[in-house]
Design a binder for this molecule. Structure first.
Ligand code: UD1
Ligand code: UDP
Length: 365
């Protein structure tokens, strides 16, 4: 069986590393990786291939950045050519980026069955590009690998067939367990950071970076928090580009510990030793919980609702500086988080569950 996997953005490399490693061990399965080139800086792409020993992509499409229509359209054209040439039995896509959407659209038009890892997540906010990408992908995929009960319920509510829905858990939990075993504290030593003396932050979502008021509020809050804590900010290139254009934003960030994006093993070490994490990342809010570090999510909503229900995460819209500071204060001082069920996020076996379904010969339905 031939599987073509389409990936292109940072979190997809981390997720695919888990499944690709297991697919490699599966007899009778050949996986070809297609890298769309959506992310291309060494520290947004290659570093993950090196650290996580991901096989070199069979095809690198080199698409790069651009407006949504152009970026997705270029990917679609290039992926179609790869699929026509390689004739896979299945196409595997991850998450909710433009690379996910392009991979799914190219495959469904060629009648190639699609497997979607991280199916069913919903913010119910259609202004998010990711929400559109997820909905479309889930409605053209044949295997829907849901990471949580809530995600599986969303798929049922949208009428996706029961036999297509596989509640397998979250491959990012598998990835975090593996990284936790392999990472040391070198990054803390290099940055002269003491465990639990700093707040770890990340910002990259379009809804925050493309809204000058929200981005200003976030940086102003980080600036204020930095008086008591060190605020460490590995900066996504999207956000760095905006800071470079605005002296007011750059001034606010000047006192923070701004870093280039770090590799995954260093990121896990920074997460594990942080006193608190404030982020708008989907992946990082879960990783905070995996390391049992309190988290404040700087968004209007989250797809990972179970962490909010259990008290491990607080969602605060960055519409006011005071609101962000209050949420951080609360998260720092409130230790009322509930013990999670042991199988939340699949107990580290999501990758194995996905491979077992994928490798079985039959199509659903
Ligand atoms: C994308 C995903 C988002 C995901 C994020 C993970 C979409 C619509 N968005 O957002 O869901 O959370 O990846 O990080 O697919 N850039 C560089 N170097 C790079 C990559 C990007 O400089 O290697 C800069 C460019 O200025 C580019 C901007 O970042 O225009 C945005 O990149 P893009 O891939 O379009 O979106 P992300 O914000 O990374
Ligand atoms: N990450 C990383 N280095 C960084 C920032 C994030 O390795 O400097 C990892 C992080 O640990 C998580 C993933 O990238 O596994 C999340 O990616 P991102 O926040 O870019 O995207 P999202 O999850 O929001 O789609």
């Amino acid at each position: 069986m031939k599987i073509v996997t389409v990936i292109g953005a940072r979190p997809q490399f981390i997720k695919a590393a888990v499944v690709s490693r297991l697919l490699k061990k599966q007899s009778g399965v050949e996986e070809l990786l297609v890298h769309t080139g959506q992310h291309y800086d060494d520290n947004m792409s290659e570093v993950f291939f090196r650290e996580l020993e991901i096989p070199a992509p069979a095809f690198h499409l080199g698409i790069g950045s651009g407006p949504h229509g152009q970026q997705t359209g270029r990917m679609l054209e290039a992926i179609e050519k790869v699929l026509v040439e390689t004739k896979p039995d299945r196409v595997l896509v991850y998450g909710d980026t433009n690379s996910t959407l392009a991979g799914a659209l190219a495959a469904v038009k060629l009648h190639i069955p699609i497997a979607h890892v991280e199916a069913g997540l919903r913010s119910f906010n259609r202004r998010m590009p990711e929400e559109i990408n997820r909905i479309v992908t889930d409605h053209v995929s044949e295997w829907l690998f849901a990471p949580t009960d809530a995600a599986a319920a969303n798929l049922r509510a949208e009428g996706r067939p029961e036999e297509a829905i596989h509640l397998v858990g979250d491959v990012m939990y598998d990835a975090a367990i593996d990284a936790g075993r392999r990472t040391g504290n070198e990054i803390l030593e290099k940055l002269k950071l003491k465990p639990k003396s700093y707040l770890l932050t990340t910002i990259h979502r379009a809804e925050n970076t493309d809204d000058p008021v929200r981005l200003h509020n976030i940086l102003k809050a980080f600036h204020a928090l930095n008086k008591e804590w060190q605020v460490v900010l590995p900066l996504h290139p999207r956000t760095r580009a905006l800071l470079q254009k605005s002296p007011a934003l750059a001034n606010l960030a000047e006192c923070l510990r701004v870093l280039e994006p770090v590799g995954y093993l260093d990121m896990v070490a920074l997460e594990k030793n942080a006193r608190l994490i404030a982020t708008d990342s989907g992946g990082v809010q879960k990783e905070a919980f995996f390391q049992r570090v309190p988290c404040v999510t700087l968004r209007d909503e989250t797809e990972w609702v179970e962490l909010v229900e259990l008290g491990w995460n607080r969602v605060v819209p960055p519409s006011s500086v005071a609101g962000i500071l209050a949420a951080v204060k609360e998260a720092l001082h409130d230790s009322q988080a509930k013990t999670p069920p042991s199988d939340l996020y699949g107990g580290g076996k999501a990758g194995a569950a996905i491979v077992s379904v994928l490798a079985s010969a039959n199509k659903p339905g």
